[in-house]
Design a protein around this ligand. Structure first.
Ligand code: TNX
Length: 745
């Protein structure tokens, strides 16, 4: 009897569990205690609130219910809880953005601090609702929550591609959904000026429009442009509307006005602000332009007038003044700038940029604003109030924090959402790089070299979304989701609650939610990636893995499409001959993500012991030395997981073929991307040895031969017996040399 009851009991728990929506809140709250039972929101549920300040929060919530679940609730100002209620309580004694959410069988109570506490509680409540059309059942629980960082940002470049007001508002909705509180709005750049400035009408009529846009990737040769006039700008009324919309969602907008570089669009309208007086056109291509603001008085007057209008539109305390990527060519050749350097006793053009920055920082002070700049502004003598935004890795931010500047972390290595997140590019172009979801998830904004006082200067971090290759909202969302979700846990959740595997599981629920909300997202989470290991005497072992911890992989090696009836992956796949592996992920009977498809070409070097005299740069060494002999080629657009990047050092690789063999050819795959400072090697040599001690050079390519071959550098030589093959590719001084594969036949 006892046994029967306990079986019955267990079954009823299972039943009620399967009816309860899963708890999948992102960002993960500081604490969740699950109760028993649940509460269902119906059209008879009433929202009570204790303070009129909460009306805006509750109506945003109510509109959400109406839009996606067709329920609109009555609301009443009253502090007392009733049954069938949602009660919202502003509590001035709680921490600024903290909240406590209690759900029991009678209803939901959210009590929050005076910042955005209740609003954040409502975001959690939204995520407790089923991600589809179903009863609005909320599980009984208690959540106590507050953010880890005070600055939780996302950036949006509206210059390279323009996003209309409605799209920006939807972007803001997404930030709010994931409890972010800052939008960094990149409003000006070489390719356009996107904010109405009444004093300078040519910014609207000239700078806001370009007469064409680059087609394809910046590195494609020859460059091809369309001839479509492209652009737009936000009127001041629209800006006010967006600022207000964001404010209601507890998001502060930081406008960015770029200076002294990335100014070509302004110079097209006002060439007198350049060092040469023009003529310029609004940029049609990407990258860095040499013409920048001249350091003449007229420029400062112009920028101050612009900032007057900008400051009046944005009530927040921060204004971003750019500062990145400012070439010094024009200043070096400009008598006026040189004169300014003498007058101000500045040692070089970097000093002149510091002077420029400090002048603007000080001007903003007079308007009660704090300036933020990209990490290039960090120079000895930078005004102590300036905030540094660290994008070229952690270094700038770390040094700035040590010097006492406030810092916002945005290292390209972890938060550049314009990079590829999948190796299945689907033919769509991104700027380059490879930033998968798990790398974003493991991002830690506070460098561990900082002591606790210095660490306080790290206000938080942000994800950057540059839009050279993001032309519309569909693509924008696909680049942003789900990386923004990972970022939200980085910024909000306590370190002790960060758990990648749990996060990946929650993403499944959020993908459903995103479908309900009609938001496009990337499925790269389900990508399968291969890792190659040596295998016996010949060939390779291929290990497959995914960022999604819950699935099962099935594969084929005969070219057929894989299904869950194909060979289940268990351990390694051994290949002794060239073959293609196709693999797919399933969770139960459900297929997840796209088919993995990689050809492995096996030659005498593949899977063999390889040692490198000089190590690749840490950021471009994902595959390790084995990536050079793994039989898999990286392909283009290049993604660094296959390529090794050597900075300022040569490729010097020794391969042990395992036994003496007759060979007559070696090939080295290299990359050329001169804008990215990735160059072809100056010389390539092949040496061989039978004993691993005495090496003879047997082939060589000089730089002319290398240029004529471009990417695949082939070295032929007479039949030679050798066990050891050494390949040396000379790097051009301090540049980058990228190598994918070495083959020996
Ligand atoms: C560098 S990040 C830039 C931007 C580009 C971006 C592309 C930064 C401060 N400057 O102008 O859009 O790279 O990833």
């Amino acid at each position: 009897m006892y046994k029967l009851i306990s079986i019955f009991f267990a079954m009823s728990i299972l039943n009620s569990y399967s009816q309860t929506p899963r708890i999948a809140i992102i960002p993960e709250p500081a604490s969740i205690n699950i109760g028993s039972g649940n509460f269902t929101i119906t059209s008879s549920t009433v929202i009570y609130f204790n303070d009129p300040q909460l009306i805006s929060d509750l109506s945003i919530f109510n509109n959400y219910l109406q839009k996606y679940y067709n329920v609109f609730l009555t609301s009443k100002k009253a502090g007392k809880k009733q049954t069938d209620h949602i009660t919202l309580l502003l509590n001035g004694n709680m921490e600024w953005d903290s909240y406590k959410l209690v759900c029991d069988s009678e209803g939901v109570t959210i009590e929050g601090g005076p910042g955005a506490g209740v609003f954040y509680g409502l975001q959690s409540l939204q995520q407790l609702l089923p991600p589809g059309k179903a009863a609005l059942r909320v599980p009984a629980l208690t959540i106590e929550d507050k953010p880890r960082f005070s600055y939780r940002g996302m950036h949006l470049d509206v210059v390279r591609h323009f996003f209309p007001v409605d799209a920006v508002k939807r972007y803001i909705d997404n930030l709010a959904r994931y409890k972010m509180n800052t939008l960094h709005w990149h409003l000006t750049d070489d390719q356009g000026w996107r904010i109405e400035i009444k004093k300078y009408p040519l910014l609207q009529t000239v700078s806001a429009w370009r007469n064409g846009t680059l087609i394809g990737h910046y590195h494609d040769q020859p460059a091809v442009y369309d001839t479509i006039r492209y652009g737009g700008y936000y009127t001041q009324e629209e800006i006010k509307d967006v600022v207000n919309y964001a404010k209601q969602r507890h998001i502060n907008i930081i406008p960015e006005i770029e200076m002294p570089g990335h100014a070509q669009a302004v110079l097209a309208a006002y060439p007198q602000l350049s060092c040469t007086n023009g003529k310029f056109e609004v940029g049609k291509t990407w990258g860095v332009y040499k013409d920048v603001f001249c350091t003449k008085d007229e420029t400062f007057t112009f920028l101050q007038n612009v900032l007057d209008e900008v400051c009046a539109l944005f009530p927040g305390k921060y204004i971003h003044i750019g500062g990145d990527e400012c070439p010094k060519d024009r200043w070096k050749a400009c008598p006026g700038c040189q004169q300014r350097m003498k007058l101000e006793n500045l040692a070089d053009e970097n000093g002149l940029q510091r002077y420029f920055t400090n002048r603007m920082v000080n001007y903003l002070k007079t308007k009660n604003k704090i300036a933020i700049g990209w990490d290039e502004i960090l120079e000895e003598g930078l005004d102590s109030q300036a905030v540094v935004m660290s994008w070229r890795g952690y270094t700038g931010g770390t040094q700035a924090a040590i010097k006492g500047h406030d810092v916002i972390m945005a290292p390209a290595s972890h938060v550049y959402f314009d990079m590829y997140q999948s190796r299945n590019t689907g033919g769509r172009v991104a700027i380059g790089g490879y930033l998968p979801l798990d790398v974003v998830y493991r991002f830690e904004p506070v460098p561990d070299v900082l002591n606790s006082e210095q660490a306080k200067h790290i206000l938080g971090a942000q994800g950057n979304v540059w839009t050279e290759y993001i032309g519309d909202e569909q693509r924008l969302n696909e680049m942003v989701f789900p990386r923004i979700c990972a970022m939200s846990e980085v910024l909000w959740s306590p370190v002790s609650k960060r758990d990648y595997s749990a996060f990946a599981g929650k993403m499944l629920v959020h993908f459903k939610l995103l479908r309900l909300l009609n938001i496009n997202y990337s499925t790269a989470l389900f990508d399968i990636t291969a890792h190659v290991l040596p295998h016996g005497v010949n060939g390779i072992s291929v290990e497959l893995s995914t960022m999604y911890p819950k699935g099962k992989i099935f594969y084929t090696v005969d070219g057929t499409e894989p299904t869950n009836l194909s060979t289940p992956y268990s351990g390694k796949i051994n290949l002794e001959q060239s073959a293609g592996i196709k693999a797919i992920l399933y969770e139960g009977a459900e297929r997840r993500g796209d088919v993995f498809n990689q050809i492995f070409t096996i030659n005498k070097a593949t899977g063999k012991q390889i040692t490198l005299k000089h190590q690749p740069h840490v950021e471009y060494s994902r595959g390790g030395a084995m990536a050079l002999v793994d039989g898999a080629t990286g392909g283009l657009p290049w993604i660094p997981s296959e390529w090794l990047g050597f900075q300022g050092v040569d490729l010097d690789a020794s391969i042990d073929l395992g036994s003496e063999q007759t060979i007559s050819r070696a090939t080295v795959d290299v990359l050329k991307d001169e804008e990215g400072r990735i160059f072809l090697p100056a010389e390539v040599k092949v040496l061989t040895s039978v004993d691993g001690i005495k090496f003879n050079q047997i082939a060589q390519l000089d730089s002319e031969q290398i240029k004529s071959m471009n990417r695949k550098l082939r070295l032929k030589f007479p039949d030679t017996n050798a066990r050891y093959v050494q390949v040396i590719a000379k790097n051009v001084t301090s540049n980058w040399l990228f190598v994918d594969e070495i083959s020996v036949e």
